[in-house]
Design a protein around this ligand. Structure first.
Ligand SMILES: [Zn+2]
Length: 313
């Protein structure tokens, strides 16, 4: 299932995951009892009918207009260069970049002249000391799904999620009104949200927790052009900013190969303006994605980043 028409940024996360879920079941034959039971059926028919849940409250990039403002045609030139200055937009009262990565309002800067976006400078990412992540759980989130995701990470990595007591830096899982799944990148400092709609599957929670552990989307890696091809002309203009390449200091904190199985990789048809893929293998072929579990390399990158001292915990 692909997005076939321009939709406001506010439904960006919904759109991407609808796309992922439907392709997952079709192409991989993947079934997850947990995900199936925890998530409403992602009926393919929903995707073409995506509407903002609260259109009157929805702001778009740098504007109070309901309609997204496409960036200028030079955007693809902008986004194919690695940059720590990333476009941000307002989604349901929170600033986000790269689709589902939350941004502290204090870090949002004015836009670059000639573009429609406000921007954020991604400071050097902070990680969790000794792989220890204090967490608090709002009872209104889908606690079963969150606990399943946490259990999967703890079973395969050295990261440990502990009940928050008085630690200054911690994650709080909060419910979302729309079908949003969002997280800050790495340890923000102080309280930081992981925002989860009831419909977020275990795979989606894993994806967000990987952001919280400090990892960006796989297709944003600085070296991505050696492994994938971004088909700019096929991407809906308002979503091209999500294909911004991010410098290796942030996008590749540890040395692991590009991973087509990563839970952080967008699907081949993400935000396609038509029927053709927006990301392909170098030869032009579409690929399947994993939306259900950590890949082997996801596990490896977590353990490389949080090995050593974390193991002592
Ligand atoms: Zn993401």
């Amino acid at each position: 299932m692909r997005l076939t028409k321009i939709v406001p940024l506010s439904v960006l996360v919904l759109g991407i995951w609808l796309s992922m879920e439907s392709r997952e079941s079709k192409e991989l034959g993947a079934t997850s009892p947990t995900d199936t039971s925890q998530s409403p059926p992602m009926a393919p028919s929903r995707a073409p009918n995506i509407k903002p849940s609260t259109p009157g409250q929805t702001k778009t990039l740098g504007s109070d207009s309901i309609q997204p403002t496409p960036p200028p045609l030079s955007d693809r030139d902008l986004y194919r260069k690695p940059s720590l200055i990333l476009p941000v937009g307002m989604v349901e009262d929170r600033w986000v970049t790269q689709g589902d990565v939350l941004v502290d309002p204090a870090d949002v800067q004015d836009g670059v002249e000639g573009t429609a976006f406000r921007m954020v400078k991604m400071a050097q990412v902070s990680y969790w000391r000794e792989g220890r992540v204090p967490v608090a759980l709002d009872p209104n989130v889908n606690t079963t799904t969150v606990k399943a995701a946490i259990a999967e990470i703890e079973a395969q990595t050295r990261v440990r999620f502990v009940a928050h007591e008085d630690e200054p830096d911690f994650i709080v899982f909060r419910p979302a009104h729309a079908d949003l799944c969002q997280s800050y990148l790495g340890r923000k400092g102080g309280e930081q949200e992981v925002v989860l709609a009831a419909s977020c599957s275990k795979g989606q929670v894993l994806h967000e927790l990987m952001h919280a552990l400090g990892f960006v989307h796989e297709h944003s890696r600085e070296d991505r052009d050696r492994y994938i091809k971004i088909v700019w002309d096929e991407i809906l203009p308002a979503y091209r900013n999500q294909f911004q390449k991010v410098p290796a200091a942030v996008s590749q904190p540890v040395d692991v190969p590009f991973d087509f199985e990563s839970i952080l990789l967008y699907p081949s048809y993400a935000f396609s303006a038509g029927e053709r893929p927006t990301i392909t293998e170098p030869g032009g072929s579409a690929y399947s994605v994993n939306r259900a579990m950590l890949s082997l390399l996801d596990v490896e990158k977590v353990n490389l980043l949080y090995g050593g001292a974390a193991a002592k915990g």
